[in-house]
Design a protein around this ligand. Structure first.
Ligand SMILES: [Zn+2]
Length: 336
């Protein structure tokens, strides 16, 4: 039996699992053109295709060392149940982040009202599903929706996940509609707090990051997707300067490898700062596991075993092991 090291399982705090189908697809010259392709793919999904394809992709996540996933789901209530069944089939813990979508997107993304959304969330909870409240973005939710959802999530002590500041156009649109930047609007509508996870924050300015820090909110960074979509660079050092907690997500699932997400975060920050060790390996591994668990409201999730006899760890000093995992290993170092 090979020698192994036990680590907490990685937690994938942000996944749109159906987008795995777009891996490697060239069409879509920028984020907005890609989004048209993505919506076409979303409209093709059925309960059966979700049950089958999500189980396969969740197995891919499980093999890569993710033992829990936050499914940021906007394909409908019955389809949410299929995603939960697929996770059980694949043996991965799931928090179903049911998306509140008031305007735009495709018809299947949207609910009639916040009351309609809450009814859907309550149905999932009644069936024993772990859930979070997920206003999709300031694009998809009006100020009134954000206010109601912020109040609801706080009263129910639910995780609240929301996309913000992924693309510059979202910020200019928000400024022209509200006179506020996206994270300023989330603060103003009561959506920021210690159970909040803001996904991306790529183009957040200093004031927005200060608001995240003072509210105790987390940020979920998804570097392989953000790179693939041309979003920009994650502001890792500015987040860390303020003590803002960070977790990771595979998001569009163009790549499923938690060590690669962590390596991209660190090496991008090194390029931007001209320094090495912006975050220590222990800290990065904590982003990949414990912070994701906290973001999804998990108390426990399965551990993983690292194969210490894997060829990518050959000849190393044991004291360099965690650094070597982040710097030089891919997910195949996780023992099956
Ligand atoms: Zn997303």
């Amino acid at each position: 039996m090979a020698e192994t090291l036990t680590l907490p399982g990685f937690v994938n705090a942000h996944s749109h699992t159906f987008q795995r189908a777009l891996r490697g697809r060239r069409r879509g010259a920028d984020f907005w053109a890609w989004r048209v392709e993505m919506i076409d793919e979303a409209e093709r999904q059925t309960r059966d295709s979700i049950w089958r394809d999500y189980a396969e992709t969740y197995r891919e996540m499980r093999a890569a060392g993710y033992t829990a996933v936050g499914e940021f789901h906007y394909l409908g209530l019955a389809e949410a149940r299929s995603a939960v069944e697929a996770a059980a089939e694949a043996g991965i813990e799931i928090t179903l982040l049911l998306t509140a979508y008031g305007r735009g997107g495709a018809p299947r993304f949207r609910q009639e009202s916040v009351a309609d959304y809450v009814r859907q969330l309550d149905e999932l909870r009644a069936a024993g599903t772990r859930v979070g409240c997920a206003p999709h973005s300031v694009r998809a939710c009006t100020r009134q929706w954000l206010e109601e959802l912020g109040r609801f999530a706080a009263a129910e002590q639910l995780p609240l996940h929301v996309h913000a500041d992924e693309q510059p156009r979202e910020i200019t649109d928000c400024l022209s509609e509200h006179g506020l930047r996206p994270i300023e609007l989330l603060d103003d509508t009561g959506c920021l707090g210690p159970r909040t996870t803001v996904v991306h924050a790529t183009h957040a300015d200093d004031h927005e990051l200060d608001l995240l820090a003072s509210s105790g909110a987390r940020v979920c960074l998804c570097p392989t997707t953000e790179g693939n979509l041309g979003d920009g660079f994650a502001p890792l050092e500015r987040l860390r300067e303020r003590g803002i907690a960070v977790c990771i997500g595979s998001d569009s699932n163009v790549r499923i490898d938690p060590l690669e997400e962590l390596r991209e975060l660190e090496t991008t920050a090194r390029r931007m700062t001209g320094r090495r060790q912006v975050c220590e390996a222990e800290t990065l591994l904590c982003f990949g596991a414990d912070e994701g668990g906290a973001a999804l409201g998990l108390e426990t999730w399965p551990d993983i075993e690292i194969d210490l006899e894997h060829r990518s760890l050959r000849g190393l000093d044991r004291s360099d092991l965690l650094d070597a995992l982040v710097a030089g290993c891919a997910a195949d170092v996780v023992a099956g």
